[in-house]
Design a protein around this ligand. Sequence first.
Ligand code: VGL
Length: 196
Amino acid sequence: MTTDTKIEVEEVTIKPVETAIIIVDMQKDFCYENGALYVGDAAKNAIKSVKSLLQRTSVSQEHWVFTQDWHRDDDPEFKIWPKHCVAGTDGAEIVDELGVPEKSYVVKKRRYSAFFGTDLDLYLRERDIVTLIVTGVVTNICVLHTAADAVMHGYAVVVPEDCVAATSDYEQEYGLRHMKSVLNAKITKSDLIKEQ
Ligand code: VGL
């Protein structure tokens, strides 16, 4: 499975000082083969792409936001999905490859959207952020719902397709298509993101 889709990608120019990078749920339960809800090989490619995006961006580490799905043991979401990302478990840890910098912000969330029941909007507004580069897993689930809430809150959303992953090409594509056509997100590739 590849992360390439038939969706037309566009070059995007961002202003680093007013941009945040959201790294959604890059956790062991989703990204490692022995994880409780493994996304598949596409997640490994996404880790590499996110890592290299973070290495070359001049967006401040303070504006890198790592989200963690962080469930109670009896979370009602487990009626939909197998148990995953239970608070405090190893599977809920962010993948070792990314190494969360001290200055970065970690948002623990119980629902698909990183805005729901968290102070993410407040954190971003206090820093005058207007654009979010949304990356991570799963494209059609937490990435999509976070992107949707971001747009509802008035942020411009950019999604580099190589930095997001889903369990099938179909889901990758419909997630991206929805973000593009319904949310007006800019769909790009990480090497097509230019800085002003
Ligand atoms: C997710 C399924 C269940 C995600 C979270 O991170 O996209 N997917 N919980």
